[in-house]
Write a protein that binds this ligand. Structure first.
Ligand code: 0WD
Length: 253
């Protein structure tokens, strides 16, 4: 049991297809105690049964764009657990209109919205949870290759992921002083609610099967297993890194 008794708070389970669901189930199998955060009431109906299935200790509502919600969420977690060991950030959002066509057409509001939900939220969650994170604690965020290369239609989200990855490095420098590590998993494309908003997503999936060294798309469980490495003592010397779980696609020229 890699995570026996460790307390893991997970943001971003929308349904059973969510990457965060794959992470949560792997962590459960390795003995972690779980709590899930959900954005709003609409999602609660869907994650209640998932909370039961995976034996979550509690669920807590938090829209990551609201400072009040983030503070209340941290208070709730402190009341239930007192401290935490693992924080999983698996949250992103951009307007559907900004995930197609020319990047140049992105509006100021659309740009800021994507940055706010998909990148700044990591900073605000780290700030809120730092005081109750145990020594040896681990934070992880989910990113995608569109942060470094131009992926057709990924547009504003690629820029938000570039911010997110830079945030991981700066946060690693801050949190390292307390023995807390933070890394990102760069997952290959996976069919989920969020990715269904990206125009031409099927083509992206197909390209991986054709060109990636492993010639298959990754699954939520592939990402979940890498999350075990980042969450556990197995990665005790690693922080500020972007780890690829993408069938090797990023190495191809
Ligand atoms: O191909 C993919 N699916 C990849 C996803 C490849 C590489 C990375 N990622 C990333 C995503 O960008 C995201 O950061 O993984 C993370 C999780 O994405 P997912 O599992 O693909 O998507 P999904 O199951 O839709 O979960 C994202 C969730 C939202 O679900 P909704 O129902 O809104 O689609 O992010 C959450 C919400 O649960 N979320 C919020 N949570 C709190 N406050 C907010 C918010 N304001 N907005 C969205």
């Amino acid at each position: 049991m890699l995570l026996q008794g460790k307390k893991a708070l997970i943001f971003g389970i929308a349904n059973e297809r969510s990457i965060a669901y794959g992470i949560a189930s792997q962590m459960k199998q390795q003995g972690a105690r779980l709590a899930f955060s959900y954005a709003g009431e609409a999602i609660k109906k869907r994650i209640d049964p998932i909370g039961e299935e995976l034996g979550a200790d509690f669920l807590v509502q938090c829209d990551v764009t609201s400072d009040e919600d983030v503070t209340r969420c941290a208070d709730t977690v402190r009341d239930h657990w007192g401290d935490i060991d693992i924080l999983v950030h698996s949250v992103a959002f951009a307007n559907r209109d900004d995930l197609k066509g020319r990047f140049i057409d992105t509006s100021r509001d659309g740009f800021l919205l994507a940055q706010n939900i998909s990148a700044y939220s990591l900073v605000s969650l780290c700030k809120a949870f730092e005081p109750m994170m145990n020594q040896g604690g681990s934070v992880m965020a989910m990113t995608y290759y569109g942060s470094e290369k131009v992926i057709t239609n990924y547009n504003v989200m690629g820029v938000a992921k570039a911010t997110l990855e830079a945030c991981v490095r700066y946060l690693a420098a801050d949190l390292g002083e307390k023995g807390i590590r933070i890394n990102a998993l760069s997952a290959g494309p996976i069919k989920t609610l969020a990715s269904s908003g990206i125009s031409g997503f099927k083509t992206i999936l197909h390209t991986i099967e054709e060109r990636a060294p492993l010639h298959r798309n990754v699954t939520q469980n592939d990402v979940g297993k890498a999350a075990l490495y980042l969450a556990s003592d197995l990665s005790s010397g690693t922080t500020g890194e972007i780890i690829y779980v993408d069938s090797g696609y990023n190495i191809m020229g």
